[in-house]
Write a protein that binds this ligand. Structure first.
Ligand code: DQA
Length: 150
């Protein structure tokens, strides 16, 4: 059994009412509930956290290893495109992660096409809405079982 951290960045607490045409109608609570059930079905434990503050996300990553986290599912929100400190924190703790974006960041404004995380992620899932989190969880479970290509 592994422990996974589902970590969401700024404004993702607004899911459900935030630009539903782009991000879907599900609340973050609903997404976390579904992912928690799915993680259990896959034989793992899910811990979820969201913050609008960069330093809190950095601290969540720094604390992840001592808390027994083996893998992260990360949607850094707008920090995707700006946060060298969050990137450095992940590199610093050496935790594998999958990057998730609800919207297709490549089909939007040019500034959303660059991610400070994609080159250090195991993989990323974009544009599939809330389902992306569940797909990332399934991919993480395969990865943790040691059956996915590196
Ligand atoms: C997002 C994409 C980001 O560009 C944006 O700033 C977000 C949400 C997504 O999930 O599609 O806050 O990460």
């Amino acid at each position: 059994m592994a422990r996974l951290l589902l970590l969401n960045g700024p404004n993702l607490n607004l899911l459900g009412t935030r630009e539903p045409g782009l991000y879907g109608a599900d609340t973050l609570d609903a997404i976390v509930s579904r992912c928690t059930v799915l993680a259990g079905e896959l034989g793992h434990e899910l811990v979820a956290s969201q913050s609008n503050a960069e330093h809190e996300l950095v601290e969540a990553v720094q604390k992840a290893k001592p808390q027994g986290i083996d893998f992260m599912i990360l949607n850094p929100g707008a920090f995707t495109h700006t946060s060298i400190s969050l990137r450095d924190a992940i590199l610093g703790v050496g935790l594998p992660f999958i990057e998730v974006h609800l919207s297709n960041v490549h089909a939007r404004a040019a500034f959303r096409r660059h991610s400070y995380f994609s080159d250090i992620a195991v993989g990323w899932i974009v544009g599939l809405g809330p389902l992306g989190y569940e797909l990332a969880l399934r991919a993480a479970a395969v990865r943790l079982a040691g059956t996915a290509p590196r």
